[in-house]
Unconditional design. Structure first.
Length: 226
């Protein structure tokens, strides 16, 4: 299973622009064969998650607003999928994703692990054991406070610096990163839109905004909005 990040980024991005069998070309007017596609070696589910992302929706109008609940939701989907296509239930299952999947994938894996353990005790015939084999996280967001705080060090003093360590940009980045971390602390403490949304906006505009076109390697470090 492949998951794009966000939260709220459709996994059709991975399907059509990253590791799917075809890639969009000519400004959407054509497609090309992707010789690096992962489906050359595996069966892949590209899942839009959480609910209301991309093409996913809930008929009852409900939404998913936290990663633990999203983990339960994805587990329910997997059980439905493997019940409908039981031939895949014996295969090893690899959970892969990028960006915010650094937070989402471990939550999904935790639900799968705990459900498998409970299933081994109850032997519920209506549920399938999911053979979780690995978690693959690419450029994942796991802990915003530390990751945003490390950006000045990386771009000013890292092995491939973007700016001179003594430049005005580096001094501003260090100051802004300190403010960003204080805002992220508030988001951690209160976990509401009133604290997390300002942190999201400030960290992106005042850190990434200084790096136009120069920090592609940082583009997936998304700060979650609760």
């Amino acid at each position: 299973m492949w998951l794009n990040g966000g939260p709220g980024c459709s996994s059709t991005t991975g399907l059509l622009f990253e590791l799917g069998p075809c890639s969009i070309a000519n400004d959407g007017k054509n497609i090309t064969f992707n010789k690096h596609s992962w489906n050359s070696d595996a069966n892949i589910i590209f899942l839009d998650q959480p609910v209301n992302t991309g093409f996913s929706y809930a008929e009852n109008g409900k939404t998913v607003s936290t990663s633990p609940v999203a983990g339960q939701d994805v587990y329910a989907f997997l059980e439905l999928f493997l019940t409908r296509f039981p031939k895949y239930s014996k295969a090893p299952f690899h959970l892969a994703g990028e960006s915010y999947s650094g937070t989402l994938a471990p939550n999904i894996a935790k639900v799968i692990f705990e459900a498998n353990r409970e299933l081994s005790l109850t032997q519920n015939p209506n549920l399938k054991h999911i053979n979780l084999a690995s978690i693959v996280i690419a450029n994942g967001l796991t802990e915003p406070y530390t990751q945003f705080g490390s950006i000045p060090e990386q771009v000013c003093n890292g092995p491939y610096p973007v700016f001179d360590p003594n430049s005005r940009e580096c001094k501003k980045l260090k100051l802004n990163a300190s403010v960003c971390q204080k805002l992220v602390e508030g988001c951690y403490k209160f976990t509401s839109r009133l604290t997390c949304a300002p942190a999201y906006m400030y960290c992106y505009s005042q850190i990434y905004g200084i790096l136009p076109g120069k920090a592609v390697f940082l583009r997936h470090l998304h700060l979650p909005t609760v």
